[in-house]
Write a protein that binds this ligand. Structure first.
Ligand code: IPE
Ligand code: IPE
Ligand code: MG
Length: 259
């Protein structure tokens, strides 16, 4: 039995049932992109920023409401100091450079993770960008910076334990929504679609709680080469999936009015 068929042509209609409301991307493959061209890894990161700009524009144009980009993981500190330093500078510069355009296009910036370890310059740039874009509503762009899902879960558990010790919460009463509320992503819907470029088929400590029922799409394309065609390939694949959330197919079809 064929359960899901990937449409050859994606449906570009921006009505909510045709699009993921929230797209999350693990932007991987910058280093290999540069190496393949005989360039330093950092050149791949530079081109990676251009790809992130393309992804943001495509989401805005398509009508996707939430885009979450994995830019630096808690484990990326294990890279050589020079690469970490370059990435920190690049993030600050790119954010400064892009801020005006993001704001004009109604993008609200959001950060998950712990960017405080990147130093004061980036922290200031981030604070300014968060404040400037706080009332925008077209697209919420979340950037995961020094983010790790296990670390996020540990600090959420710690927060709930503190509430219990303070008698504000009973351990028996702890619910999924309490845990969700203590995560960095509180207030954001779970991603509907996760795209990972770069050929690796793993999550690398990204959004482990939030991805529980997310559709996954992996591509060999290296992140700097991310383009409109790949974007619509991923959306087309998503549109061909039947999300069942543990139900049987017919229940989902009647719920969403599908045939
Ligand atoms: C993703 O590209 C960017 C970051 C993790 C910061 P990589 O730098 O991991 O590129 P590859 O995987 O080594 O090619
Ligand atoms: C995941 O990519 C992190 C980001 C894209 C920011 P990595 O390149 O760090 O992942 P691994 O090490 O291959 O799992
Ligand atoms: Mg990588």
């Amino acid at each position: 039995m064929i359960i899901s068929v990937t449409p050859v042509t994606p449906n570009k209609d921006d009505s909510p049932e045709h699009l993921p409301q929230h797209l999350a991307i693990i932007m991987d493959g910058n280093g290999r992109w540069a190496k393949a061209r005989g360039q330093a890894r950092v050149q791949g990161h530079r081109r990676g920023v251009d790809a992130a700009r393309r992804a943001t524009t495509l989401c805005g144009e398509a009508g996707i409401r939430y885009l979450t980009l994995f830019a630096f993981s808690s484990e990326n500190w294990r890279r050589p100091d020079e690469e970490v330093h370059f990435l920190t500078q690049l993030l600050a510069l790119s954010l400064e450079k892009e801020l005006g355009r993001l704001h004009e296009n109604g993008v609200k910036l959001n950060i998950i993770g712990d960017p405080s370890s990147f130093g004061r310059k980036l922290a200031k740039t981030i604070d300014n960008a968060l404040e400037k874009t706080s009332n925008n509503t077209t697209l919420t762009l979340t950037i995961a910076l020094n983010y790790g899902a296990r670390q996020e879960l540990v600090s959420a558990v710690r927060r709930l334990a503190e509430s219990c010790v303070a008698n504000e919460l009973s351990p028996r009463a702890i619910s999924e929504s309490d845990l969700e509320g203590a995560l960095n992503t509180h207030g954001l819907p779970d991603p509907d679609l996760l795209v990972r470029t770069g050929g690796e088929v793993r999550l690398s400590n990204f959004l482990l709680w939030q991805l529980a029922y997310t559709e996954l799409f992996f591509s060999d394309v290296l992140w700097p080469d991310f383009n409109e065609a790949l974007f619509w390939d991923a959306i087309g694949a998503y549109q061909g999936r039947q999300r069942r959330f543990g139900q049987i197919g017919e229940q989902v079809d009647s719920q969403f009015g599908r045939r």
